[in-house]
Structures are given as structure tokens and as C-alpha cells.
Design a protein around this ligand. Structure first.
Ligand code: NAI
Length: 329
């Protein structure tokens, strides 16, 4: 029996993500938590004739405890999204506290659940989550994931478009580093199938993958950021975890993890300027991350240049998250 929880379930991402989880054959129980509206979303979804039972919880009456207790997987898209002109780091002041409080709930009520952090800035909210779990003595780095799958989804779509291929889903392109602007490093040189894109076309494609989120923020004219494509991406990652739990082997997803705690992570850390957190392809197994795959030695000279830029931004984002919990020196 698999219990999945969405925290932030009434939001732009939370609602379609909850719908997709309700449709998944891997979910038996779906608990929806939010500070507003979750009982309504749950009532609505509960009428769909798939097997998962759906319940909605608000903070009142120990709702967080009821929602999280017994959870196998907790997906967190809670917090404010960007408006035009904002970077993901501008969300820190509000979302850092939201993540701290929700992860405290994880530590207290579901310490062995898989935790998938969608709330931005992911480069900082994942270190916040790790530090909160460490404080409670329940940190398992093989079960904490920053969801960067939307960068993968965008790289598949935009690369197919430039390469003139009709079906983006045939592409497999690693996207490593972090999840904001120039910390996002698409590895077009390792694309399968291979693509020949160079010069200004490559620069433009890389820039579009790094800043694709801005296109959505601008098109929504102040009403939020990516929600539907993010729900798809979050579900794709969550379902990969659930498939691995169900015993499927060979599942690999790019995700932002705490390297020293994941098998193979030390080699990645050494290649990635000593950073503790980094997104790389990670093999998933029944109990979580089985192996961080070090593809950094395979990158092209051009991509090495992108990585140098990413390291600097990431180091600052990670430190900001850690300091939020352990206190700045
Ligand atoms: P939204 O504002 O539509 O929904 C957020 C939901 O979180 C709301 O329903 C709100 O009531 C809820 N919430 C606020 N505080 C809460 C708390 N303490 N506990 C539980 N729920 C709480 O925002 P949207 O568009 O769904 O985005 C959510 C987050 O996801 C944002 O931080 C956004 O930046 C991030 N995001 C991440 C992406 C990624 O690739 N990782 C891509 C797109 C967005």
C-alpha cells in the first residue's frame, strides 16, 4: 500500500499534480495538505474512479500530522511562485520558512518517507530540508530529492524543436548543476540521439533551457510561473520513485541531491568544485538513491565553461539555505 502526500495541494502545481497522482496505478492513498482549499480539491478528486482514496487536510486539528503520518512519498510544491522580474532567489524569504515548517512535519511524522522538494529556490530549499532533518537526527540523503525534472522536460522539447524532430520524448539529455538560470547546465554533447547544434544556435538553445521558466512567467502576466508542465515533471519524477519502489530496475533521473550521503556522490563532489549539493543522473532503487552517476568527466569544453559559472551561483545558494537553519557565522 503506497501513501502519497502533496503539500501545497491547492496551488497551481498542487492541483494538477494531485490529479496525476490520483490517476497513477502506483498510489493507493493520496493525502492532500494545504493552508487553504485542500478538502475541496480532495472531494473533487475523490469522485474519479481510480483506486486511490483521497483525503484533504488543513493545519487545524493537527492536519499536518494526519496528512503526513504513514506517508511513503511526500511531494512539496508549497510556497509562492515568481512574478515577472523576479528570480527564484527572490522567493527565498517566504518559501524558506514554509519548507522549514513542512520538513519539520516530515521529521516528526514521516521520517522515512521519500521527500521531493519542488518549492523554489530549489538550490536553497533542499539544503534547508537537509539541515532540518539533520537537526532531528532523521536525515537520509538517499530519500531527499530536489525536483529539477522540468529542466529535463524543457531540454527535450526545445532541443527537438531546434533539431527539427517531431517527437521530443525520444530525447535523453542530462541537465546537471542546479535549478535556476545559469546554474542549470544542459549537456547537449551527451544527448541521445546525438544532435549537431553549434555556434549561436547552441548558445540560444542553452539559454532557452536555462531561462525557459521566464517565458511562462511573462506569458502569465503576473499570475504565476509554470504549473501544468511542472505538475507533469513532478509526477514523472514521483512515478519514477514509485516504479523503483515497486521493483523496476534501471531507473535513472536527474535530481538535486546531497552528494556526500549518496553512493558515488563523493566522486561527483570532487568533480563539481567540492559542492555538497548538485543535480546529476541518479539511479533509483527500492529504498531511494542507489548511485549518483559522475558524468562530469564526459562534458565538452564548452560545457566546462557553463559549469564554472554554475559552481559560483550554486555555492552561494547552498550556503544561504544551510545558514537559514544552522545560523550564519
Ligand atoms: P501557488 O501559489 O499556485 O500554490 C502554492 C500553494 O502552496 C498554495 O495553494 C498555498 O496555499 C500553499 N501553501 C503556502 N504555504 C503553505 C504551507 N505552509 N503549507 C502548505 N501549503 C502551503 O504556486 P505554484 O505555482 O503552485 O508554485 C509552487 C512552488 O513551486 C513555487 O515556489 C514555485 O516557485 C515552485 N516551482 C518549482 C518548479 C521546479 O522546477 N522545481 C517549477 C515551477 C514552480
Amino acid at each position: 500500500m503506497v501513501k502519497a502526500v502533496v503539500a501545497g495541494a491547492s496551488g497551481g502545481i498542487g492541483q494538477p499534480l494531485s490529479l496525476l497522482l490520483k490517476l497513477s496505478p502506483y498510489v493507493d492513498e493520496l493525502a492532500l495538505y494545504d493552508v487553504v482549499g485542500s478538502p475541496g480539491v480532495a472531494a473533487d478528486l475523490s469522485h474519479i474512479s481510480t483506486k486511490a482514496t483521497v483525503t484533504g487536510y488543513l493545519p487545524a486539528d493537527d492536519g499536518l500530522k494526519a496528512a503526513f503520518t504513514g506517508a511513503d512519498i511526500i511531494v512539496i510544491p508549497a510556497g509562492i511562485p515568481r512574478k515577472p522580474g523576479m528570480t527564484r532567489d527572490d522567493l527565498f524569504n517566504i518559501n524558506a520558512g514554509i519548507i522549514r515548517d513542512l520538513i519539520t512535519g516530515v521529521a516528526l511524522y514521516a521520517p522515512s518517507a521519500f521527500v521531493l522538494v519542488i518549492s523554489n529556490p530549489v538550490n536553497s530549499t533542499v539544503p534547508i530540508a537537509a539541515e532540518v532533518l539533520k537537526k532531528h537526527g532523521v536525515f537520509d540523503p538517499t530519500k531527499l530529492f530536489g525536483v529539477t525534472t522540468l529542466d529535463i522536460v524543457r531540454s527535450e522539447t526545445f532541443t527537438a524543436s531546434v533539431a527539427g524532430k517531431p517527437d521530443p520524448s525520444v530525447f535523453k539529455i542530462p541537465v546537471i548543476g542546479g535549478h535556476s538560470g545559469d546554474t542549470i547546465v544542459p549537456l547537449l554533447s551527451l544527448s541521445e540521439p546525438k544532435v549537431e547544434i553549434s555556434g549561436t544556435d547552441r548558445d540560444a538553445l542553452v539559454h532557452r533551457i536555462q531561462f525557459g521558466g521566464d517565458e511562462v512567467v511573462q506569458a502569465k502576466e503576473g499570475k504565476g510561473s509554470a504549473t501544468l508542465s511542472m505538475a507533469h515533471a513532478g509526477f514523472r519524477f514521483a512515478e519514477s520513485i514509485l516504479k523503483a519502489v515497486a521493483g523496476e530496475s534501471g531507473i535513472v533521473e536527474n535530481t538535486f541531491v546531497y552528494l556526500p550521503g549518496v553512493p558515488g556522490g563523493d566522486a561527483v563532489k570532487e568533480s563539481a568544485a567540492g559542492l555538497d549539493y548538485f543535480s546529476v543522473p541518479v539511479e533509483l532503487g527500492p529504498s531511494g538513491a542507489v548511485k549518483a552517476i559522475n558524468i562530469l568527466p564526459q562534458v565538452s569544453e564548452y560545457e566546462k565553461g557553463l559549469l564554472e559559472v554554475a559552481y559560483t551561483g550554486l555555492a552561494a545558494n547552498i550556503k544561504k539555505g544551510v545558514d537559514f537553519i544552522v545560523g550564519a557565522p
